[in-house]
Design a protein around this ligand. Structure first.
Ligand code: PLP
Length: 223
């Protein structure tokens, strides 16, 4: 089931976006069993993204096939220590204090941590992240922190069927991405797109998509 879903999905994703950039698929593995995740990796998934530090810790050593490990969920400052040196990319750096903590812990562990700056593209109450007009200020503040490498931007678009609005926001994100990419040669990822909106996001210039439901089926929140 998962094997087939992954194979079908990887066939459906175009090799490059309209900007000619390769598209990375990150499997969003919250609430999935180790067996399910290992099946997805065996079927061709090269990066997995966790939302919860507890789940990340429990499953960490049992994941086979050496996929990249990403952290995609809201991250409490006091839990950063559990992820340091084990996380290839932090997608959800949504406030300065979090960047400071990842920096501090990275210095201590003598590693460099790759991060994305999370943007609240739709200015939603319920979502974390910087407003688009705060991006350059946030970028400048984070850029000078030790042992961090800013690799790009992450956004979760609003849950809506309004394609015009989604296209508008995704295009604004791409413009913001191009703006910081022009300043900084390390910038290479625009992480935007989930099961429901990934096609639209890729068409607007996303090059990293985070997919859960399409690969694993609907999550059972009662388990
Ligand atoms: C769960 C989750 C996803 C994947 O969502 P689906 O709609 O199941 O594909 C992507 N990004 C984040 C941050 C998530 O928490």
């Amino acid at each position: 089931m998962i094997k087939q879903n992954v194979e079908n999905f990887l066939k459906e994703v175009p090799p490059v976006n309209p900007f000619g950039e390769k598209i990375t698929v990150v499997a969003a593995v919250k609430m999935q069993s180790v067996e399910a995740i290992n099946q997805a990796v065996a079927a061709g998934i090269t990066a997995i993204g966790d939302n919860h530090v507890q789940e990340f810790k429990e499953k960490y050593v049992e994941i086979c096939g050496n996929p990249q490990r990403h952290f995609i969920g809201h991250l409490q400052t006091n839990k950063v220590k559990y992820l340091i040196a084990k996380t290839d990319l932090y997608h959800s750096v949504d406030r300065i204090a979090l960047a400071e903590e990842i920096s501090k812990r990275s210095v201590k562990a003598e590693v460099t941590s790759n991060i994305l700056i999370q943007i609240n593209a739709g200015s939603e109450e319920s979502k974390g992240g910087f407003e688009l007009d705060e991006l350059i200020t946030a970028y400048n503040a984070i850029k000078v922190m030790s042992n961090l490498k800013i690799k790009g931007l992450m956004a979760m678009l609003p849950f809506t069927d309004d394609k015009v609005e989604l296209t508008r926001l995704a295009t604004l994100m791409r413009q913001a991405y191009d703006e910081i990419k022009a300043l900084d040669g390390d910038i290479e990822y625009l992480s935007m797109g989930m099961s429901g909106d990934w096609k639209l996001c890729v068409e607007c210039g996303s090059n990293m998509i985070r997919i859960g439901t399409t690969l694993f089926g609907a999550r059972n929140y009662n388990k």
